[in-house]
Write a protein of this length. Sequence first.
Length: 433
Amino acid sequence: MSELLVSGGRVLRPDLTVERADVLVDQSAGEILAVEAPGELSGDDELDASGGLVIPGLVNAHTHVAMTLLRGYADDKPLDAWLQEDIWPVEAELTPEDVRVGAELGLVEMVKSGTTALSDMYFHVDEIAAAVEEAGVRAVLGHTAVTVGKDDEGARADVTQSLDVARELDGAADGRITTTFQPHSLTTVGEEYLREFVPEAVEAGLPMHLHANETEDEVDPLVEEHGVRPLEYADDVGLLGEDTFLAHCVHVDETEIGLLAETGTGAVHCPASNMKLASGMAPVQRLLDGGVTVGLGTDGAASNNDLDMFDEMRDAAMLGKLAAEDASAVAAETVVQMATANGADLLGFDSGRIEAGANADLAVVDLETPHLTPAHDLVSHLAYAAHGSDVRHTVCDGEVLLCDRDVTVFDEAAVRQRASEHAAALVDRAEGN
Ligand SMILES: [Zn+2]
């Protein structure tokens, strides 16, 4: 048994207090063994956290990691036009190798900014799984099914693939990979397919991850067609429940918030994407007050445009106050919980807290920098002042993935080079050059 001591730093505890402590990690079990006062513990190896704050690894609960290849390709358009004119034509040209390279780039970015778990929606999922296995992080993966614009055979094949991928990949990478069944959204998967396949997913015990209530344009047609709110319709087709989480939930009314809480359905707030696409302001404080578990996600890099969860925490706090017209809404402690424990709960990982028995998923934030000085309140710093680039070490499942800002799991320069080449060739194909 190899034991790693994360020593000399301060530690963010599950109750969000900060204390000077060392953290002992069992590397073979991937578990935190103990958190004790400095000098009480010893390990076979040491990771220097002096001048730093040890925090739970951040959880990016909704993303499309391979979309890094489309970062900065198309901006400043509303969701519909952006998808139809720019994103979907390029995505139609994506090869499995593109997805692999894009995922590697995204994972390098995540590891460098302290993210140790992600929940992803995409396709060519085997490639993403291979990249996740190499990166050493945890991930909830799945194949995202869309039925609109397809004939019945094509639609059924896509939804069936989502079920198959979820069954096949669950437990991969020594259990670091789990899966979800993924209808893309309530408007992009037809009712007949939801009514047929959702019960099958529930029967198979598969958790579910989909987009819901992201824009008003998506809500209105559903209300018109079904005569009820989108999440009432989602409940009717069997989508809501403790194993489901919904990305966005921007346009939800009190009935829908009640339904989410009642059924134990989670929500993933993606503030940067919602602002950039002008989708609206999610009522995050009302969701939380209503008893809904809310996590935090970056969405894809094309609508963000980075995968930095520190940015996302700050955006969530700022936008949450604006939405509530209340400066005390979505406080610093709240966004830190959303990015750690809440996200881990939604994804079903025993992570998100620095405590004996929890998964050894953590990051060390370097506090010795002007923008994190003085140290009145380190939780405030995490929410409002820190950046992903302040992360010095990242550990997941007991393995050191980032050491003194060096990525140990990938050759970072080679990943960036490959990503640049693949992105350029991809855009050339899409634009017919
Ligand atoms: Zn998304």
